[in-house]
Ligand binder design. Structure first.
Ligand code: TZP
Ligand code: MG
Length: 354
């Protein structure tokens, strides 16, 4: 019984570890899973010969049963990575629980420490949540690419939010972020709700700037935070697991920190001088190039970007380009977005050919 459950748990952990390592390219998660697997192996190292001596797979009364029924049922319901991870996490949790309980028996308590298995089981609960969260954000993270339009409501004058958003979408933007540093949230809520609906219908990612409560209230795809906003760890805890969080940075060390803490994308800037954000630090295109070699998450360039310099930031390695004035100061918003998107695509193509 102990042998079977220890095998089950280490096999399940190996599946989870390889999903994290090869499919998610997540060094942090795969390291945590590997540590857990090694900890378990170490705890039972002294028992391994004895456990093997008692192994009798051919005469296991549950062998054919489990193989035919349980695994087949599981295999047919494995609809994707989420199911695969859940099934394997459950397998490990269950088997750890079995060993944890058996280890309490007087004849085993001197060789197996029940509390250690309990600790491992709880570590796995957190890992399961983190893996599921990472997988369910994957699709949104991949969509941080192309034109990231910031709908800054202070730039709208008397234009209608929805009309402007519609033009941005028709122009070909991939992401719309709602930014409003002045309005009361009560006024902002119905606007955010309508924009959320519009973006969902159009398949455009919808991000809220600064406000966690607003992002949650309208079920936005994600939240964008800067250095003065709530910290990433707090935001991540509050948001549903499938929501993404982007972080603004101005230095390499801030970018590394954001990446280590699990930011889904990193916005760097102001790349060029801008009058939109008062007192913004100008970081230059070289910072983008440097970060490209360090950061694995999508990189969003922001600040002072326009038709004349968008090619430069794309060539420097930006996955997406965020803009306010180059879009919202134009009379023909749809046309401006179209032009910017076309220019980005052209430069991306050229870079790929190289
Ligand atoms: N963060 C860094 S620069 C900036 C923000 C919000 C302003 C971007 O606006 P613009 O008009 O595209 O320069
Ligand atoms: Mg902010």
């Amino acid at each position: 019984m102990i042998d079977a459950n220890l095998n089950r748990s280490s096999e399940g952990l190996r599946v989870l570890e390889d999903v994290a390592r090869f499919l998610l390219n997540d060094a942090e998660l795969s390291k945590r899973l590997k540590t857990l697997r090694h900890d378990l192996a170490r705890q039972t190292e002294s028992l391994s010969t004895e456990l093997l001596s008692h192994r009798n797979s051919e005469h296991d009364v549950g062998h054919s049963h489990s193989k035919d029924k349980r695994l087949t049922a599981e295999a047919t319901s494995l609809r994707g990575l989420l199911d695969l991870v859940t099934a394997n996490a459950k397998r490990v949790e269950e088997s750890l629980r079995v060993v944890e309980e058996v280890a309490k028996l007087p004849e085993l308590s001197s060789i197996l420490n029940s509390a250690n298995f309990e600790r491992s089981r709880f570590a796995l609960y957190s890992l399961e949540r983190d893996l599921i969260s990472r997988i369910s954000r994957q699709d949104k993270v991949a969509r941080i690419s192309g034109l990231y339009a910031i709908l800054d409501r202070q730039f709208l004058a008397d234009r209608d939010d929805l009309d402007v958003a519609n033009q941005i979408i028709e122009g070909g933007a991939s992401v719309i972020q709602l930014r409003d540093k002045q309005s009361q949230k009560g006024k902002l809520l119905p606007i955010a709700q309508r924009l959320r609906e519009l973006c969902s219908q159009a398949g455009v990612l919808f991000i809220i700037n600064d406000y966690l409560d607003l992002a949650m209230a309208v079920d936005a795809d994600g939240l964008h935070i800067g250095r003065e906003d709530l910290p990433l760890s707090v935001v991540r805890k509050e948001l549903p697991v499938d929501k993404i969080v982007g972080c603004s940075v101005t230095t390499v060390s801030q970018a590394k920190k954001a990446q280590n803490e699990g930011a889904d994308y990193i916005a760097v800037g102001s790349v060029f001088p801008t009058t939109t954000k008062k007192g913004a630090t100008v970081v230059g295109v070289d910072m983008l190039k440097e970060l490209r070699g360090i950061v694995h998450t999508p990189l969003v360039a922001i600040g002072g970007i326009n038709e004349n310099n968008i090619g430069e930031v794309v060539a420097a390695g930006a996955d997406a380009v965020a803009m306010i004035s180059a879009i919202l100061c134009e009379e023909d918003i749809r046309g401006a977005v179209q032009k910017l998107v076309a220019k980005m695509d052209l430069v991306k193509e050229k870079c790929q050919d190289r």
